[in-house]
Design a protein around this ligand. Structure first.
Ligand SMILES: [Ca+2]
Ligand SMILES: [Ca+2]
Length: 154
């Protein structure tokens, strides 16, 4: 009897745990990872920042938005040390960083000395799993440092 009760308690707690992760919406890639109501996927394709943004849209999502420290801690784990584009730019007004969903950048984790707008052409946010750097949009093409980007789905 004790064993049966224990088995039922374990089954119920497993069920409750499974309920915490919402059902993956239609169109979200099967290998996208869930965090706090959104789904995230690293795409290892060398593209300009704009082409990366378009690719995420084509897949029904958008370039990754990092509104707070908790999201950043999660996104860090996705990078596995690679340099990747995420969805912030100051291309409209120099120094005024905006997310690709139209919200202003409030939380930041810039590397020391960044954003430095080097060559007056660094308007796009790349992350390396540690900190942020502004880079030129073509960096993934002319320089193999940026190896992909992160898309998110709601
Ligand atoms: Ca800039
Ligand atoms: Ca920079």
């Amino acid at each position: 009897m004790k064993t049966l009760v224990l088995a039922m308690v374990l089954a119920l707690s497993a069920f409750a745990h499974a309920q915490k992760i919402p059902k993956r919406p239609l169109g979200v890639p099967a290998d996208a990872k869930h965090f706090n109501g959104k789904w995230y996927k690293v795409v290892l394709e060398k593209k300009t920042w704009h082409a990366a943004r378009d690719k995420c849209k084509e897949m029904g999502g958008q370039l990754c938005v990092v509104p707070n420290a908790a999201t950043w801690e999660f996104v860090k784990t996705l990078t596995e040390g690679a340099k990747l584009w995420i969805g912030a730019t100051d291309e409209v007004t120099e120094g005024k960083w905006m997310w690709s969903d139209g919200t202003p950048v409030t939380f930041t984790d810039w590397a020391p000395g960044e954003p430095n707008n080097f060559g007056a052409s660094e308007h796009y946010l790349a992350v390396n799993g540690k900190q942020w750097n502004d880079l030129p949009k073509q960096y993934a093409i002319n320089n193999s440092v940026v190896v992909g980007f992160i898309c998110e789905w709601k």
